[in-house]
Design a binder for this molecule. Structure first.
Ligand SMILES: *[C@@H]1O[C@H](CO)[C@@H](O)[C@H](O)[C@H]1NC(C)=O
Ligand SMILES: *[C@@H]1O[C@H](CO)[C@@H](O)[C@H](O)[C@H]1NC(C)=O
Ligand SMILES: *[C@@H]1O[C@H](CO)[C@@H](O)[C@H](O)[C@H]1NC(C)=O
Ligand SMILES: *[C@@H]1O[C@H](CO)[C@@H](O)[C@H](O)[C@H]1NC(C)=O
Ligand SMILES: *[C@@H]1O[C@H](CO)[C@@H](O)[C@H](O)[C@H]1NC(C)=O
Ligand SMILES: *[C@@H]1O[C@H](CO)[C@@H](O)[C@H](O)[C@H]1NC(C)=O
Length: 486
């Protein structure tokens, strides 16, 4: 009784540990079975080309026959056809991947020479090597630079059949040592397959994995750390590459005062790759720009569109706050808008919102250019975020949806803050937001390998993270355009 109820608990703990590292990632790239199959297809093309480099050495020997000792020599062997038609890739939980190739065949043409008694004869031959099977174990890991690695953990191969067909005068002689020929060629090929597989991995796959940019510089202030948090966990149906996904300040990196939430990626795997982008990525961006003092904006009258009637001067504002005009007749004003804390994104199914707390300090610009404080407003704003993927970049756009405002302090006597609603809403949505959106429209790069492009992108906000699903296209041919919007 006891053991039967404990076992499932232990199992689920084991599964959980396998799928999640010690530190929650800020960004997860999940390769599904479909994604692995696509990678396998691409890889098999390369592997087939590499294996076709198998070197078939000349070989000689002798055999005893009814007509005495026969000496033979085989040379000029060339691969005419090489096919690896069937292959499969499957995740091996906790280890890596298993690649199984079966039904491979090679056709080889060559020449033979035979000397027996005083006869010397020669001819051509055609060799069919059939039923080649190769089993390759791949261990996935991470290196000290935080990039993914893949290494051969085991490799074995088997050839089920070698058929030789000889032509030329006295070709029956070859039948006498057919067995030696079969064995010699089988061994020569079998001995070379695994070293060639290993070579393909180090010369083709590893350099590709090294193209992951573990640091993506965004501007002069910040970069994103896309290094792996550890070896990618492999489960029965996917490989999760877990990345730090954290903004940091280039000039001096300080750990953010919060940590990433656990991401529960859905088990729907109808696309090749899924990206789970934690709110942590966006919130570390907010933290970095806030700490670097970049979330402060000034508004002056010349920045306000000409057709808007409430100008940033004491005559115009004096209509709303008469004592301002009395104290400072006909002077220009300036607003300093600053975020009072690091803004954070709220991601939940159906909605992405950001609710920054901001202060607006209004100044009067005195004739000698110094600033006289007029009043200080504190605001809680809510903006809806729209997110899209464009050429491998996450881009965004904010739309102001709600502004709540209080008067925190006044140097010009009390007034009702409601009268400033129109002006403040206008300044925020027409002057500040366009500046912010210009930055968000440039976007953040997704961690992709060179020449990997995304198609069929779908976007879904989930609890605490954004989920992007996509198919992969490897190559340079696809055009990058707006792909999808949420
Ligand atoms: C805003 O104005 C102040 C002076 O009033 C200046 O020191 C600061 O650099 C300005 N900030 C920006 C972002 O222009
Ligand atoms: C202030 O704005 C009003 C329009 O509301 C304009 O007529 C006036 O010239 C402006 N004053 C200054 C000092 O810019
Ligand atoms: C999303 O946000 C909008 C605006 O704040 C709100 O009207 C809507 O109900 C929200 N939807 C969900 C699913 O939370
Ligand atoms: C500017 O003028 C104001 C009032 O006229 C005065 O209090 C202030 O000291 C002056 N500032 C400078 C830098 O001269
Ligand atoms: C303004 O600040 C006060 C005091 O910190 C706070 O109680 C109030 O909720 C704030 N108002 C807004 C709209 O954020
Ligand atoms: C892809 O882009 C290239 C260059 O930008 C352009 O010449 C070509 O017509 C585009 N092809 C398609 C299918 O859109």
């Amino acid at each position: 009784m006891v053991s039967s109820s404990i076992t499932p608990v232990l199992l689920s703990v084991a599964v959980y540990l396998c799928a999640a590292g010690a530190v929650n990632p800020g960004f997860v790239v999940r390769l599904t079975q479909m994604g692995l199959d696509y990678a396998r297809q691409q890889g098999m093309t390369v592997l087939q080309q590499e294996l076709a480099k198998v070197h078939l050495p000349d070989f000689s020997g002798s055999a005893h026959s009814p007509v005495g000792k026969v000496k033979y020599h085989f040379d000029s062997m060339k691969i005419r056809n090489f096919q690896l038609p069937n292959s499969q890739i499957s995740p091996m939980p906790g280890v890596g991947l298993k690649l199984s190739i079966s039904g491979g065949f090679i056709e080889i043409d060559g020449r033979w020479h035979v000397k027996a008694l005083h006869i010397s004869t020669k001819g051509g031959f055609n060799l069919k090597v059939e039923g080649i099977s190769i089993s390759v174990g791949l261990k996935v890991g991470s290196d000290t630079s935080g990039r993914p690695t893949i290494a051969l953990s085991d490799c074995s191969n088997h050839i089920s059949d070698v058929k030789i067909h000889v032509s030329g005068k006295l070709s029956w002689l070859v039948d006498l040592f057919r067995h030696n020929v079969d064995n010699a060629l089988r061994k020569a090929i079998e001995n070379q397959i695994c070293p060639l597989v290993s070579n393909s991995i180090t010369s083709k796959l590893e350099p590709l994995l090294q193209t992951l940019k573990v640091t993506a510089k965004i501007d002069n202030v910040a970069a994103i750390d896309y290094s792996l948090t550890g070896p990618p966990p492999v489960t029965t149906d996917c490989v999760d590459v877990q990345l730090k996904g954290e903004f940091f300040e280039l000039s001096h990196r300080t750990p953010p005062p919060f940590s990433p939430p656990a991401l529960k990626l859905p088990s729907d795997h109808s696309l090749m790759v899924y990206f789970g982008v934690s709110d942590y990525l966006f919130n570390t961006a907010g933290f970095v720009y806030y700490t670097a003092g970049k979330l402060i904006f000034n508004i002056t009258d010349n920045m306000i569109p000409k057709d808007f009637s409430i100008r940033l001067n004491t005559s115009s504002f004096g209509v709303l706050i008469p004592q301002l005009k009395k104290m400072y007749p006909d002077m220009l004003m300036k607003l300093k808008i600053s975020s009072t804390s690091a803004p954070s994104l709220d991601i939940r199914p159906g909605n992405i919102t950001i609710s920054p707390h901001i202060d607006i300090q209004a100044y009067v610009i005195l004739p000698n250019s110094s600033l006289a404080p007029a009043f200080l407003l504190n605001l809680t704003t809510t903006a809806l975020a729209k997110v899209a993927v464009k050429s491998g970049w996450i881009v965004g756009n904010l739309e102001l949806s709600r502004v709540l405002m209080d008067l925190k302090h006044s140097d010009v006597g009390p007034f009702s803050v409601v009268i400033l609603n129109t002006a403040v809403n206008y300044y925020l949505s027409k002057v500040i937001l366009p500046q912010v959106n210009q930055i968000l429209n440039k976007g953040y790069p997704l961690p992709l390998l060179d020449n990997v492009q995304l198609t069929d992108v779908v976007l879904q906000p989930q609890q605490d993270f954004l989920l992007f699903g996509a198919n992969i296209h490897y190559g340079k041919t696809l055009n990058s355009t707006w792909i999808d919007r949420y």
